[in-house]
Design a protein around this ligand. Structure first.
Ligand code: F6P
Length: 363
């Protein structure tokens, strides 16, 4: 059977295990020899026990677990050619020429570069007598399929990334808990949520929790946000509301591109309205805990699709990323999605927020 390996890379997210399980079982079902690569690219470079053959039962009882059972890492060695050479050697000697990578845009870009370099890496290994001529010929093509695991929902081309729905569940549960204590004391709570360069979690959270005001990076706060926010809080209190929830995305900024922090927002509320105000930073709680039903199913479907894509690949097939379009798991050209995702980041760096939102499109 064909050699196929699965690994998770970059920040973890809930639902990655469902995806790993699906890749392993679909791979075995289709007659592949399936491997785990532990600790992301680092495990690929280090080899040894990090690359281990998986069987049907090695992925039993993992679908409900958060995080990734095969570990994840940000790897510096893989950035250097020397590291990639070691990684190629570790794959070829095990007969692995199909890779499923579950990670963010950086991890997927790394996989694409690896594929582009594959022939020259194999040539160098042959020259150095690390592999045989037969191996050079037999394993001359590397196929890549990606899936996006991230709580941020920050990847272009997919409606949802694996983990976002679970993170929303975690956030909403926490805010519902905060609301009950806020109600008792008539307090205002400033909640900081994750999302790095993407306000998706903050926007959905605001809608789900009846928030008074929210700050994100794609729609920077107006220069007079202090007055606007205070007026809105006052208006709601006058109408009888006993508490206010304000959501601050960790990447929130104002029109000048300056960060807006939970501390700043609290000071404005306290100074102008003398309200009893508290901050809660949810942090990595958002990335932990068991995956939602949605993320389990998403991981299952994407994992199966990724394996099918690899089995159907020809030498000319470009690497794909499996994305969600409506309710369909579909394959898109990996690098086109990465390019769009990077263009969004560039538009934001250029303070062209409208373009950023437009480019992000359905994601
Ligand atoms: O990309 C996922 C994410 O959780 C972001 O929301 C956050 O900014 C970042 O990772 C935190 O990174 P780390 O886990 O390295 O602190």
């Amino acid at each position: 059977g064909k050699g196929l390996a699965v690994f998770t890379s970059g920040g973890d997210s809930q639902g990655m295990n469902a995806a790993v399980r699906s890749v392993v079982r679909m791979g075995i079902y289709l007659g592949c020899k399936v491997y785990f690569i532990r600790e992301g690219y680092q495990g690929m470079v280090d080899g040894g026990d990090n690359i281990e053959e998986a069987n049907w039962s090695s992925v039993s009882s993992i679908i409900h677990k958060g995080g990734t059972i095969i570990g994840s890492a940000r790897c510096m060695d893989f950035i250097k050619r020397e590291g990639r050479l070691k990684a190629a050697h570790n794959l070829v000697t095990r007969g692995i020429t199909n890779l499923v990578v579950i990670g963010g845009d950086g991890s997927l870009t790394g996989a694409n570069l690896f594929r582009q370099e594959w022939a020259s890496l194999l040539d160098e290994l042959l020259e150095n007598n690390k592999i045989t001529k037969d191996q050079r010929e037999k394993y001359k093509f590397l196929h890549i399929a990606g899936m996006v695991g991230s709580i941020d929902n920050d990847f272009c081309g997919t409606d949802m990334t694996i983990g976002t729905d679970s993170a929303l569940h975690r956030i909403i549960e926490a805010i519902d808990a905060i609301v009950s204590t806020a109600y008792s004391h008539q307090r205002t709570f400033i909640m900081e949520v994750m999302g790095r360069h993407c306000g998706f979690l903050a926007v959905y959270t605001s809608l789900c929790t009846d928030a008074t005001y929210s700050f994100i990076c794609e729609d920077p706060a107006p220069l007079n946000w202090e007055q606007k926010m205070c007026a809105k809080i006052q208006e709601e209190r006058k109408s009888g509301q006993r508490l206010n929830i304000i959501i601050v995305a960790e990447g929130a900024i104002d029109r000048e591109g300056k960060p807006i922090t939970a501390e700043m927002v609290k000071k404005v509320v306290v100074d102008n309205l003398q309200q009893d105000t508290r901050i809660t930073v949810l942090g990595h709680v958002q990335r932990g805990g068991s995956p939602s039903a949605f993320d389990r199913i998403l991981g299952c479907r994407m994992g199966a699709e990724a394996v099918m894509a690899l089995m159907e690949a020809t030498p000319e097939t470009e690497p794909c990323v499996v994305t969600l379009d409506g309710n369909q798991a579909v394959r898109l050209p990996l690098m086109e999605c990465v390019r769009r995702t990077k263009a969004v980041a560039q538009a934001m760096a250029d303070k062209n927020w409208d373009l950023a939102v437009q480019l992000r499109g359905r994601s």
